[in-house]
Write a protein that binds this ligand. Structure first.
Ligand code: SAM
Length: 218
C-alpha cells in the first residue's frame, strides 16, 4: 500500500502539480499535528492517513491553478486549515488569511503556523458576517475561498465584502447543484460566473466542482 508521501506526491501530479520535497515535509508535519490534536479536540472527522492526504490536502491543492497573479487569499471558515493552509505552504509568497469562528481551531492553526515558521499568514478568530471584521478586511483579497461552510449562495454572500473588484470567489462543491447555473442571480450580486470546473479526486471516484466567480461590481 502506498505511504502518505507517495499519495501526496502522486496525487498532486495527477492534478498537475509537482510537490517539492520541503513542501512534502511540511505537509507531513501538519498531518502529524492534525492527528495528534484531533485526539483531544474535534478538528476533523477524517482520521486515516490516506483519507487526510486525499480529502484534505489534495482537495485543497485543486485551487492551485487559480492562484496565478493572486497576492492575497482569504479562507472563510478554515477549520483545521483547509484549503488555505496547504495552499500557503505550497505557495509561501502569497499572503493568506484564515478566518475561523472556533477559538480552539484557531489555537491549532496558530500552533502549525508557528511550528512551520510560516510568515505572511494571519489567523483571525471570528465570524465572516461580523461588521468589525468586514470593516477591517473589506475589499482586501484577490481570491476568497471557503470549503464546507455553507451552501454556495450563502458562502458567496459571506465572501463578497472581502473580495476586491475583479477578484475571484471560489466555491468548492461536492456536487453540482442548480444554483451554480443561475447567472442572473450572480449578476444581481455583482458577480460573473467564469467557470465550473469538474474534477475527480485522485485515487477515488469522488467528484468535485469548483465554481469560479469574478466580482465585477463594487
Ligand atoms: N473549511 C474546513 C474544511 O473544509 O475542512 C472546515 C469546514 S467545517 C465543516 C466549517 C468551519 O467553518 C467550522 O470550523 C466553523 O467553525 C467555521 N464557520 C462556520 N461559519 C462561519 C462563519 N460565518 N465565519 C467563520 N467561520 C465559520
Amino acid at each position: 500500500m502506498p505511504d502518505i508521501t507517495d499519495i501526496l506526491f502522486r496525487g498532486a501530479e495527477q492534478i498537475g502539480i509537482s510537490l517539492p520535497p520541503p513542501v512534502l515535509e511540511r505537509y507531513l508535519y501538519y498531518i502529524a499535528e492534525l492527528k495528534h490534536w484531533n485526539e483531544r479536540i474535534n478538528l476533523t472527522a477524517v482520521t486515516q492517513d490516506r483519507e487526510i492526504a486525499i480529502k484534505h490536502f489534495l482537495d485543497s491543492l485543486t485551487i492551485v491553478p487559480y492562484l496565478r497573479g493572486v497576492n492575497k487569499v482569504l479562507d472563510i471558515g478554515a477549520g483545521a486549515g483547509f484549503p488555505g493552509l496547504p495552499l500557503k505552504i505550497f505557495a509561501p509568497s502569497i499572503a493568506v488569511c484564515l478566518l475561523e469562528a472556533s477559538q480552539k481551531k484557531c489555537f491549532f492553526l496558530r500552533h502549525v503556523v508557528r511550528g512551520l515558521q510560516l510568515e505572511g499568514i494571519e489567523i483571525v478568530h471570528g465570524r465572516a458576517e461580523d461588521p468589525a471584521i468586514i470593516k477591517q478586511y473589506a475589499g482586501g483579497f484577490d481570491l476568497v475561498v471557503s470549503r464546507a461552510v455553507a451552501g454556495l449562495f450563502p458562502s458567496v454572500r459571506l465572501a463578497l465584502p472581502y473580495t476586491k473588484k475583479d477578484g475571484s470567489i471560489v466555491g468548492m462543491r461536492g456536487k453540482r447543484g442548480e444554483e451554480e447555473e443561475r447567472e442572473m442571480e450572480w449578476a444581481s450580486l455583482g458577480m460573473r460566473l467564469i467557470e465550473i470546473k469538474k474534477l475527480t479526486l485522485p485515487f477515488t471516484k469522488e467528484q468535485r466542482f469548483l465554481v469560479i466567480l469574478q466580482r465585477v461590481q463594487m
